[in-house]
Design a protein around this ligand. Structure first.
Ligand SMILES: [Zn+2]
Length: 311
């Protein structure tokens, strides 16, 4: 999968088994499960390992020949075209941190070769296995490695969408307008109204700072708002919980509520359906608002605007 500067690849641990694991059901069952994943692709060294398996297949007692062929076909079709320069991480930092579990003993070196073939323009997200990483602290401590933008898909680590947001901010020209083009990828759970982006030009302040705050607030709405709304129906508690993610948000005050005219400014059309987006995040204390509504598992973004009238 290549999306917005992120290449998602398999750790060779998942592809190339050790001699022992080649005849273990555990290895093949794990690979079957992982192939269902969000389409990680295969680096050059993993592909070589896969083709060696093709030459010398596992026993039909651990995997039926038809299933084996299907698996190889699905994986081989996901090979990455090599590009240069690729991602070169320090072997001295990565190799001691990584021990194959069911994978082949040469897999740590294979992983580094796979990384070196992923074009540097993309960050890399590695679909990996937690038990292989014996000393994770050693990996991110080196600036040279950090600069390679290689991330491991592990529990508690960054998610694909977090990485894409960081990549977006790294490569953006600091114009908030760029966000609208990438919104589907950066905020997959948000639904934007027909006019959501129309008021973007009314926001005031430094454009790069606005871009950063918009990505932060929309990111928190995407990642956490539904869970917060489910957790409590009390407005003051929702406000507090949003604050724990560094987002200031609130509904309108009583006076504004009393005016149907003012409240109707909070209505926006979503594919022809009107929704009231009264809650808003505040990018800065007195100006720049993201108006939204949470309904079930969906966050609707009505208007992104300097401010709407209040009483
Ligand atoms: Zn390093």
């Amino acid at each position: 999968m290549t999306t917005l500067g992120l290449e998602y690849i398999f750790d060779p641990e998942l592809i190339v088994p050790s001699e022992t694991a080649k005849s273990s059901i555990a290895f093949w069952a794990r690979l079957w499960r992982r192939v269902e994943d969000r389409q990680p692709r295969l680096g050059a060294a993993s592909l070589e390992g896969l083709l060696e398996l093709w030459e010398d297949p596992p026993s039909h007692e651990v995997i039926a020949p038809a299933d084996f062929q299907k698996l190889i076909g699905r994986l081989a079709s996901r090979a990455i075209e090599r590009g240069s320069p690729g991602h070169v991480v320090c072997a001295a930092h990565w190799l001691p941190a990584y021990k194959p579990s069911l994978g082949h003993e040469e897999n740590p070196a294979r992983l580094l070769r796979d990384l070196s073939g992923v074009p540097f323009g993309n960050a890399v997200f590695v679909s990996t296995v937690e038990e292989c990483w014996t000393d994770l602290d050693a990996v991110p401590s080196c600036q040279a490695c950090v600069g390679q933008r290689v991330y491991l898909d592990l529990p508690g680590g960054p998610t694909a969408v977090n990485i894409m947001r960081a990549e977006f901010l790294r490569t953006s020209h600091g114009d908030p307008k760029e966000i609208s083009n990438a919104a589907l990828v950066l905020f997959p759970h948000l639904v934007f109204s027909d006019v959501a982006w129309v008021g973007l030009s009314t926001l005031t302040g430094d454009k790069r700072e606005l871009t950063v705050s918009l990505v932060r607030d929309l990111g928190v709405l995407n990642d956490h708002a539904c869970a917060i709304w489910e957790q409590t129906v009390q407005n003051h508690e929702r406000i507090q919980l949003m604050k724990t993610f560094d987002v200031v948000a609130s509904p309108e005050g009583t006076k504004t509520h009393r005016s149907p005219r003012l409240m109707s400014q909070r209505d926006s059309l979503f594919s022809g359906v009107s929704r009231r987006c009264e809650w808003h995040t505040k990018l800065s204390p007195s100006i720049n608002r993201i108006h939204f509504a949470v309904e079930g598992r969906i966050v609707y973004i009505g208007k992104i605007v300097d401010h709407l009238d209040t009483a």
